[in-house]
Design a protein around this ligand. Structure first.
Ligand code: BV8
Ligand code: ZN
Length: 246
């Protein structure tokens, strides 16, 4: 399947990639909706919300501290590195991620649009002032913003919250200009991220999905590569280099 995909995309020049939690799975980071689930009995839809934070800020900070701790011990995997290599194979290459784990930057990718923020950043819940403290937030004694007294929260996009408008506008603009769009390791359920591959396809891009299982997007994709991204991406980069070197 990889050979067929590479043949089809050999002449593409403007590539956009959308990644989800699946690309970090092989680094040991649990996904949100996989069987291993991100946090046992709770769902991201229940914890990654303002409602949960207002009702029970302690448990929300426990969840984010647990994720930060886990992320401090993991590294990018071959899938992240392959995407960094892929940058030089196109005239224009933009990486859009739903992940907040920072692993694409750690792998050296440059053009990254972080749609849902970054788990290492904090902000005041009321005045949005950044609050990137070095040490961990104590869930039992959440610090208050020295400017307005608001509680400090993770600077990520929760359900029901708007994404940064510049970021999402760029993401759509790039997707609509692309002649190639990869949707990698995402269940394609969360909006507005899940609309990006649809916008790209509608604007004439070739749509390639890489996932270990089908998703609601699979029917729309021109190619569905049923594989781990850590295996498929390095092969795609290698084949594309070969094709491009002739
Ligand atoms: C907004 C926080 C509203 C950060 C997250 C109906 C239609 C449209 C929208 C909605 C709707 N109903 C509700 C909404 C709004 C809602 C939404 O989409 N809900 C869903 C449930 C339907 N969206 C929002 O609330 C967004 N905001 O719409 O604003 C608004 C509008 C106007 C005015 C005011 C407000 C905000 C969405 C962001 C939510 N924040 N996280 C954090 O703590 O992480 S979402 C969470 O899901 C993560 O950010 C994650 O990135 C994201 C998507 O999940 P995936 O990355 O896809 O991960 P998942 O586990 O689901 O899938 C992993 C995939 O990988 C699987 O398919 C698996 O098979 C695959 N895989 C596994 N291993 C591998 C692999 N693939 C390859 N290789 C492997 N090795
Ligand atoms: Zn404040």
């Amino acid at each position: 399947m990889v050979d067929e995909v590479v043949q089809a995309i050999a002449n593409c020049r403007r590539c956009v990639v959308l990644t989800g939690a699946g690309i970090s799975a092989e680094s040991g980071v649990p996904t949100f909706r996989g069987k291993e689930g991100l946090w046992g009995k709770f769902k991201a839809e229940e914890l990654a919300t303002m409602h949960a934070f207002v009702a029970n800020p302690k448990i929300v900070w426990e969840w984010y501290n647990w994720r930060r701790q886990l992320l401090s011990e993991v590294n990018p995997n071959p899938g992240h590195y392959a995407l960094k290599e892929m940058e030089e194979l196109f005239d224009r290459f933009v990486l859009i991620t739903q992940n907040v784990d920072g692993l694409h930057a750690a792998a050296g990718s440059s053009q990254i649009l972080e749609l849902h923020g970054n788990i290492t950043k904090n902000k005041c819940i009321d005045c949005n002032r950044p609050f990137d403290m070095a040490d961990d937030i104590d869930p039992a004694a959440i610090p208050a913003c020295e400017h307005c007294g608001g509680k400090i929260r993770p600077d990520v996009v929760w359900f029901g919250e708007m994404l940064d408008s510049e970021t999402i506008d760029s993401a759509f603009a790039e997707s609509e200009r692309a002649d190639l769009f990869f949707s990698i390791g995402t269940s394609a359920l969360i909006h507005p991220a899940a609309s990006l591959p649809v916008a790209a396809k509608r604007s004439g891009a070739t749509l390639v999905e890489i996932n270990t299982e089908p998703t609601p997007l699979t029917g729309l994709a021109d190619y569905f590569v049923e594989a781990c991204s850590g295996e498929a991406l390095p092969r795609i980069v290698e084949q594309l280099r070969l094709v491009r070197s002739h």
